[in-house]
Design a protein. Structure first.
Length: 201
């Protein structure tokens, strides 16, 4: 079992941060994205530089490659559509992360509602969908599986924390008091340690 350590600087990564920064292997999504977006320099200059955390947020809220690609595409589409609404009252990165989180939460809620109205014996189990969505790195698999067992907001908090966002940045993105983030992060880390106990040596 490994443990979280308090983050003091960008260079002081804990074990989970190192796992989190492992390259994320995904299928080529470019051909699936709206051609209007891709042909615009906006995608290359204002979305692509933040694709790392967008990908990780989408991973945290999905259990299949198909859902992940749908989430990623919708996030990029909504960022592109909302550019005219950006008033520079916050950093562009904060705006991107906020939209990404809102899209993920909205799609997750919609998916849950659909599941409640349609249940069949052929619906894959959570275990099956996770296996079909596995990374080659087992530690990374276990980390994402554990994160998906957190509450919806806690997933966002820990993903942003592992991406080395400050408590203030996390608070700005999820819309809460930064004084509450530190306590919440510690509680999440304790929860993850219990979930990962015996799974990551």
């Amino acid at each position: 079992m490994c443990s979280f350590k308090k983050k003091h600087s960008k260079n002081n990564h804990n074990r989970y941060s190192k796992i989190f920064y492992e390259p994320v292997i995904i299928s080529d999504l470019s051909h699936q994205l709206n051609k209007t977006i891709l042909s615009n320099d906006f995608y290359k200059t204002s979305i692509l530089p933040f694709s790392g955390i967008i990908i990780k947020l989408c991973r945290a809220y999905t259990n299949s490659q198909e859902d992940f690609e749908d989430y990623y595409q919708e996030v990029c589409l909504q960022i592109w559509r909302s550019q005219k609404n950006f008033r520079e009252e916050s950093e562009w990165s904060t705006w991107v992360y906020r939209i990404s989180l809102n899209v993920c939460l909205t799609l997750l809620k919609k998916k849950k509602n659909n599941v409640q109205h349609f249940v069949s014996d052929t619906t894959p189990t959570h275990h099956e969908t996770v296996n079909s969505y596995a990374f080659s790195d087992e530690s990374l698999n276990q980390l994402y599986i554990a994160i998906r067992q957190l509450s919806e907001i806690d997933r966002a908090v820990i993903m942003l924390y592992l991406d080395e966002k400050t408590y203030q940045e996390i608070a700005d993105i999820i819309g809460t008091n930064p004084n509450n983030i530190g306590v919440r992060v510690q509680r999440i880390k304790m929860r993850l340690k219990k979930l990962l106990d015996g799974k990551i040596n």
